[in-house]
Write a protein that binds this ligand. Structure first.
Ligand code: FE2
Length: 264
């Protein structure tokens, strides 16, 4: 039996279950909660890398992360996201973004499993629901965005936060660039699919229009009422729909190790 507990404005839900022995219908329930809430999390999951991957495979096809090497050759689909107390500068992912939007097919889901975390509440991940953000757009802006595309780059504004980790574990050095429609339809719901952390420009907009729209959109996407701040505990697993949730790491001092898997 699994239990789904909705959180603030239905942006997130806590799911109570044991990941290690889930039945088929329970996996189905988790997938539908992901669709309903955008982000779900599970506390107290002491998962081995083997079982973590096993669970991830039940949600889809495991994706490659183009920027960093994996945990080991056996577990190359698990990326280690690490912050050391000696690190200077911002943490990895410290600006609202969509994972790997600079690729042609950005992953559907991202999972993070916490291995080492600072005190609860001191190193949160913030989420912003882009279903809610879309729903609350004025009609004229919805129209404007309807067929608009934007260009994204792996060297966008957020890339400064990956440099520390790239020095240690980097693999891809070339800049990756992609183009995507801003409005995405996911299972009959509309979402704003635009990553401020990787944004370069809108397609076919003049400078003035672009700067006006960008200013409005980036502010709108991350309004407090669309947000949920996830507090980490050790052995906690979070999964979110990368197409409908923006996320960012909040600034903190200390050591943190997360194991990440992305899913297509
Ligand atoms: Fe991220």
């Amino acid at each position: 039996m699994i239990k789904v507990i909705p959180k603030k404005n239905k942006i997130a839900a806590e799911i109570i279950c044991k990941i290690n022995n889930l039945k088929k219908n329970e996996i189905k329930k988790i997938k539908s909660a992901l669709n309903d809430f955008g982000m779900v999390y599970f506390r107290n999951q002491n998962l081995s890398s083997e079982n973590y991957l096993k669970f991830a495979k039940k949600l889809g096809i495991l994706a490659d992360y183009p920027r960093l090497k994996g945990l080991s050759s056996k577990y190359d689909k698990i990326t280690v996201v690490e912050r050391k107390s000696s690190d200077k500068g911002p943490s990895f992912g410290e600006q609202f973004h969509t994972d790997s939007i600079y690729t042609k097919n950005p992953p559907r889901f991202t999972m993070l499993l916490s291995k080492l975390v600072p005190k609860k509440g001191q190193a949160n991940t913030d989420f912003a629901s882009q279903y809610l953000a879309y729903k609350n757009l004025p009609e004229n802006i919805k129209k404007k965005l309807k067929n608009l595309k934007a260009i994204y780059s792996s060297e966008g504004p957020i890339s400064v936060t990956t440099h520390e980790r790239q020095k240690e574990k980097g693999k891809q050095k070339n800049e990756l660039i992609s183009k995507h429609k801003i409005i995405k339809k996911i299972n009959k719901k509309f979402s704003i699919f635009c990553s401020p952390g990787h944004f370069i420009k809108f397609k076919n907009l003049n400078k003035l229009e672009e700067s006006k729209l960008k200013k409005f959109l980036f502010k709108h996407q991350i309004k407090k009422k669309f947000r949920y701040s996830l507090e980490w505990e050790k052995n906690q697993l979070a999964i979110w729909d990368n197409r409908s949730m923006l996320h960012q790491a909040t600034p903190f001092k200390g050591n943190r190790i997360m194991h990440r898997i992305t899913i297509n």
